[in-house]
Ligand binder design. Structure first.
Ligand code: NAG
Ligand code: NAG
Ligand code: NAG
Ligand code: NAG
Ligand code: NAG
Length: 491
């Protein structure tokens, strides 16, 4: 039978075990262990979908020349084959580099020659078909076709050939020429000459045999240098081009698009719904799939964790090869959103402010907003922000704000994302936790109640030099913030 003295000691122990040591005294968090799992690139689904997709086409026989290049099309999303245009995905940030819309300085190389004039030939059916024209047919007018390529945004290759027995070319279209010049955004070779014509386009007259279309002298010409894509607004090239696709964590899914269009991938990343645990898309990997050496599709893989070349190790499998792989990271206009710039110690320390962030307490409050160097409190790295009195000696809220206004573009839309943890003191004590996101003093978002690190987003419009801040905390209902970003959204 324990003595009364022993019972007292036991009771004291129980009390101290449940007492919460505040963050300012390096208390242990009552947070649940992080149980979120992140998926990595699903290369099997990508390969399976690539086997089913058909993005190959050529100049139509029943449509007039000089149609505008259609917008980039999404042909599959997360393994489902679809056919949707990206609503002017690349408006304002066309992929064309300077120097091309004028005259391409480098020339063109013949990839394959046509067959002799008296033999039937075939035109290309390949990926990234853009548009076609007809060029004067008094001679086999290669130069006019190359000039046409120069004038078409994204043209990398042209296929020049005669098409016979097409009444539209012979009589209807004003150009009066059957010498067709088809422009593509990718380079194709003679193994892709699969359109032999054979269409009955002339009307039936009496019992006469309708002449079938046929093709002669089909040659292919490629630009000597592939255009370096323009980096989309709000992104940074991380690596590439290489022959390795990312096999990386934080994978959100993939889309196939009908040409190598970096801006289209950026639009897909910007438009992708946030992952409940990982947040918004922060990185994409674009690459071209060759199947048996033939361009087959263009993949955008989306990630909520920025990747780099160290995981760009998927070179393909079976008959599929990865080529022209590039990684792009989304840029935040908020410097040091992870509080990693606070490095006053190498184990445990905290401060009300440092060069990148300013913490402000309520009137009469004490350390109601602070920045910690302590990896156990951080979501990533060693830094995190704390709202609520660091020593637990008042229940007032604090405010954390970047030290400088944000370098935003007036009128542009941004998405603010922060990871917020309201779990330090456990479910009961954290029930009243709250964090309010303010944009130029206006409330644009809010998080309340117990939660482990979870992303929260707010969409805002910039007025230039915008002021972002986070207010909250009511110790012992503390709130930790980490990995805060402000990403531009393409319009
Ligand atoms: C995609 O849709 C457009 C417009 O509806 C249509 O013209 C085109 O033929 C379709 N393409 C495919 C491959 O289904
Ligand atoms: C040029 O094209 C027109 C229209 O198709 C055709 O009538 C004519 O025979 C062609 N000329 C040559 C030299 O192929
Ligand atoms: C086609 O019709 C004409 C009369 O309309 C006839 O004289 C001729 O033999 C026919 N030719 C064939 C191949 O049937
Ligand atoms: C043309 O395509 C075939 C098909 O696989 C490929 O083997 C060949 O290397 C290609 N030729 C050139 C010059 O790229
Ligand atoms: C594709 O991913 C699987 C794991 O999901 C891996 O075993 C395989 O090696 C990958 N293929 C390539 C070519 O990287």
């Amino acid at each position: 039978m324990p003595s009364p003295r022993c019972l007292l000691v036991l009771a004291a122990l129980i009390v101290s075990a449940t007492a919460i040591v505040p963050p300012g005294q390096q208390g242990l968090s009552n947070a649940l262990p992080d149980s979120t799992t992140t998926s990595t690139t699903d290369n099997e689904s990508i390969v399976q979908t690539a086997d089913q997709i058909n993005q190959k086409s050529g100049a139509p026989s029943d449509a007039p020349p000089n149609a505008p290049v259609p917008p980039t099309t999404v042909t599959a999303i997360d393994g489902t084959i679809i056919n949707t245009t990206i609503a002017d995905a690349s408006a304002g940030t066309r992929r064309r580099g300077i120097g091309h819309l004028g005259k391409r300085q480098s020339g063109y190389t013949q990839i394959f020659a046509g067959l002799p004039p008296n033999e039937h030939d075939a035109s290309i059916e390949g990926t990234a078909y853009l548009t076609y024209t007809v060029v004067p047919n008094s001679t086999y007018n290669v130069q006019a076709c190359l000039d046409f390529c120069d004038s078409v945004d994204g043209c990398e290759f042209v296929n020049l050939y005669y098409e016979f027995n097409n009444p539209l070319l012979d009589f209807v279209f004003s150009q009066q020429s059957n010498l067709k010049c088809a422009a593509y955004g990718d380079i194709h070779n003679a193994t892709e000459k699969t359109n032999f014509g054979g269409q009955a386009l002339y009307p039936q007259v009496g019992n006469e045999t309708v002449p079938l279309t046929y093709i002669t002298q089909s040659s292919g010409w490629a630009a000597d240098s592939l255009i370096d894509p323009t980096t989309p607004d709000g992104y940074q090239l991380v690596f590439g081009p290489t022959d390795g696709a990312n096999n990386a964590p934080g994978y959100m899914g993939f889309a196939f698009i009908d040409r190598y269009d970096v801006s289209a991938c950026a639009a897909l990343c910007n438009g992708r719904g946030a992952d409940p645990a990982g947040g918004v898309c922060q990185y994409f990997n674009i690459w071209r799939a060759l199947v048996d050496g033939i361009p087959t599709t263009y993949t955008c893989s989306l990630y909520y964790i920025p990747a780099d070349s160290s995981t760009a190790v998927n070179f393909g499998q079976g008959d599929l090869a990865v080529t022209l792989s590039r990684g792009y990271k989304r840029l935040s206009v908020l410097p040091d959103g992870g509080f990693e710039g606070y490095t006053a110690c190498d184990d445990f320390c905290f401060t009300a402010s440092y060069s990148n962030w300013i913490g402000t307490s309520s009137l009469g409050g004490d350390f109601d907003a602070s920045i910690f160097f302590y990896p156990p409190y951080a979501r990533t790295g060693h830094g995190s922000g704390l709202l609520g009195a660091a020593f637990g000696d008042d229940a007032l809220s604090g405010t954390l704000a970047p030290a400088a206004p944000l370098r935003t573009e007036v009128g542009k839309t941004y998405v603010v994302q922060a990871f917020v943890a309201n779990d330090f003191s456990g479910g009961v004590e954290e029930a009243n936790a709250f964090v309010v996101i303010l944009w130029n003093g206006q409330k644009v978002g809010e998080v309340t109640g117990f939660q482990s690190y979870t992303p929260v987003q707010a969409t805002v419009t910039a007025t230039g030099n915008d002021l972002l801040s986070f207010t909250g905390g009511a110790a012992p209902a503390w709130s930790f913030l980490d990995d805060i970003s402000v990403f531009g959204v393409l319009e």
